[in-house]
Design a protein around this ligand. Structure first.
Ligand SMILES: C[C@](O)(CO)[C@H](O)COP(=O)(O)OP(=O)(O)OC[C@H]1O[C@@H](n2ccc(N)nc2=O)[C@H](O)[C@@H]1O
Ligand SMILES: Nc1ncnc2c1ncn2[C@@H]1O[C@H](COP(=O)(O)OP(=O)(O)OP(=O)(O)O)[C@@H](O)[C@H]1O
Length: 317
């Protein structure tokens, strides 16, 4: 095969607790990550020149070495020079549907798709765990994007424990098109404001990280109880993003005031806010109501659902 098309789903954070700081500058986390139906399409194919080329339909996404998809291809070239010599370069086309810098892991899922795509193109036969480990060197969210579904993520976010798949939960996502939040800024600001309350003893850190495994939201996920999951949504980064970005706070409040919303939360470092529903019909209805409540052409709204997979190959030629 010379070419693969892959679906690269976005994620939301059902739970994000910052439990400590780390000597490497990152934060120790306890999260529950969830794949959603909103996705980019990534095409990868072999080219005769020994180069990496990236194309993207979104004007704000770079196509040079700063693109995470490019960096994923570069990593594969470094790791597998013989396969690169045998199969040649790679051309990557990103059809971007996931909002950029939104807290939805858009770049991370593109990188995950490129790792999976090149593994197939070059017939490397890497295991999922090997792909996740490679992904972890590119970004904290990349291993989850390789795995997909529903998972507890600890460490920097790269240590995954799968949870039973959720289904039949519908989502409205809301994001102001022109509003972007830097992930590095969100963590740095959290550390400056709340760092004094961190646990610094590594044994206790491990205990806290393990606590999420038996936490209330995990029980709700295991019981597939959408109402209970929605009640237990949590994201520590809201503590810094909501005060700094009143528009995000407003979205949270507008969702919270709509009847039929099971729960609402900011995803990751924001600024996307999501709300959970028991039916697609309810989600579509609330999308209309939010559109009427906030008259602003900058506001993007999407209806999607929770899904059970990560990167998926849709065609090969
Ligand atoms: C906010 C989340 O999306 C929630 O899933 C992730 O924690 C961020 O994942 P990501 O974008 O893949 O993050 P990375 O590319 O690894 O890191 C971006 C920046 O976020 C900060 N960062 C990230 C993850 C982490 N556990 N602690 C951090 O402090 C670091 O400043 C880092 O420079
Ligand atoms: N393939 C890519 N898709 C989107 N953005 C990319 C990509 N590669 C690099 N970027 C850059 O990365 C920045 C963050 O974009 P991205 O959409 O990955 O953020 P995010 O959804 O907040 O990620 P996360 O939830 O993992 O923190 C953007 O400003 C963009 O310029």
């Amino acid at each position: 095969m010379r070419s693969y098309s892959l679906i690269a789903p976005a994620k939301i954070n059902l739970y994000l607790e910052i439990i400590g700081d780390r000597p490497d500058g990152y934060h120790e986390l306890a999260m529950i990550l969830q794949s959603i139906g909103l996705a980019d399409q990534i095409d990868v194919h072999s080219i005769s020149t020994d180069s990496i080329r990236v194309h993207c339909n979104h004007p704000q996404v770079p196509t040079d070495k700063s693109n995470l998809a490019y960096r994923a291809a570069e990593l594969m070239v470094r790791q597998f020079p013989e396969a690169f010599a045998k199969y040649g370069g790679v051309e990557i086309t990103v059809n971007k549907q996931i909002p950029v810098a939104a807290g939805l892991a858009g770049g991370s899922t593109n990188a995950a798709a490129v790792l999976v795509g090149i593994d197939l193109l070059w017939k490397l036969g890497l295991t999922q765990s090997e792909l996740e480990d490679l992904g972890g060197t590119l970004g904290s969210d990349v291993p989850f994007c390789v795995a997909g579904g529903t998972a507890i993520a600890t460490g920097r976010g790269e240590q995954l424990s799968p949870l039973p798949s959720l289904d039949n939960i519908y989502i409205v996502l809301a994001k102001y098109r022109s509003l972007e939040v830097s992930t590095a800024w969100a963590y740095k600001t959290y550390r400056e404001q709340f760092g004094h309350s961190y646990i610094r003893d590594s044994d206790n850190l491990a205990v806290r990280a393990n606590a999420v495994h038996s936490g209330a939201i995990v029980k709700a996920v295991v019981n597939k109880d959408a109402g209970e999951i929605a009640q237990k949504l949590h994201n520590d980064l809201e503590r810094v993003v909501l005060p700094a970005y009143p528009q995000v706070l407003q979205l949270r409040e507008v969702f919270a005031n709509q009847e039929g919303v099971l729960g609402t939360m900011m995803s990751g470092s924001g600024p996307t806010v999501f709300a959970l529903f028991e039916s697609q019909q309810q989600a579509e209805q609330i999308k209309l109501q939010v559109r009427e409540a906030i008259i602003d052409e900058d506001l993007e709204l999407f209806v999607t659902r929770i899904i059970t997979h990560g990167i998926k190959v849709v065609s090969s030629v």
